[in-house]
Write a protein of this length. Structure first.
Length: 181
């Protein structure tokens, strides 16, 4: 099961409308918990039960804590929920991990909210996320309770030339994603 749904609003605290904050909490935090909860009865019967959440590592650097607190709380709640499920259901064999990119990915959110065409040009294709997710979900070591970076997962599998995921873009020009130093 993949927790992919997410709402984003990068407003600062004083500019973030309560309804937008609630939307992020409902989709990101509550959605991750309730979808995982709904899937668990089937997962507990599955041969290789897994939860993969597209959420960042818990980076407590003040740079990230203060950048967009409403969004940070919502995304970190996704991570904490997933790590909690990994611990709670470890003895039942359910694996739960988080996956997040070091750079932005060419998505509608990036196009519409993070800088339009210029940031899209400096972002990687969604295939990088898909390839890393496949590696996590087919991990023969069956590891769980991890917050992983897309690029590290690929490197661990021996994939270090990532140029195909950002054709024509110098690696130094890639746009960094949030919550990763």
């Amino acid at each position: 099961m993949v927790n992919n749904a997410s709402a984003i609003d990068l407003s600062g605290t004083l500019d973030l409308e309560p309804r937008r904050y609630d939307l992020m909490q409902d989709i990101n935090a509550r959605g991750t918990f309730l979808l995982s909860r709904a899937a668990l009865p089937r997962l507990l019967e599955a041969e290789d039960p897994q939860i993969l959440t597209l959420s960042p590592p818990l980076n407590l650097d003040p740079r990230w804590l203060g950048a967009c607190p409403g969004y940070m709380v919502a995304k970190y709640a996704m991570t904490l929920t997933t790590l909690g499920l990994a611990a709670e259901f470890a003895t039942a064999g359910v694996r739960a991990n988080c996956l997040w990119p070091r750079t932005t990915i060419r998505t509608a959110a990036v196009a519409n909210l993070l800088g339009g065409d210029e940031v899209m040009r400096r972002s990687r294709t969604p295939e990088i996320y898909a390839d890393a997710a496949h590696l996590v979900l087919t991990d023969p070591a069956r590891r769980s309770g991890r917050t992983l970076l897309v690029e590290d997962v690929l490197a661990e599998a021996g994939i270090t030339d990532l140029s195909r995921y950002s054709p024509g873009v110098d690696p130094e020009d890639l746009h960094p994603d949030a919550f990763v130093d």
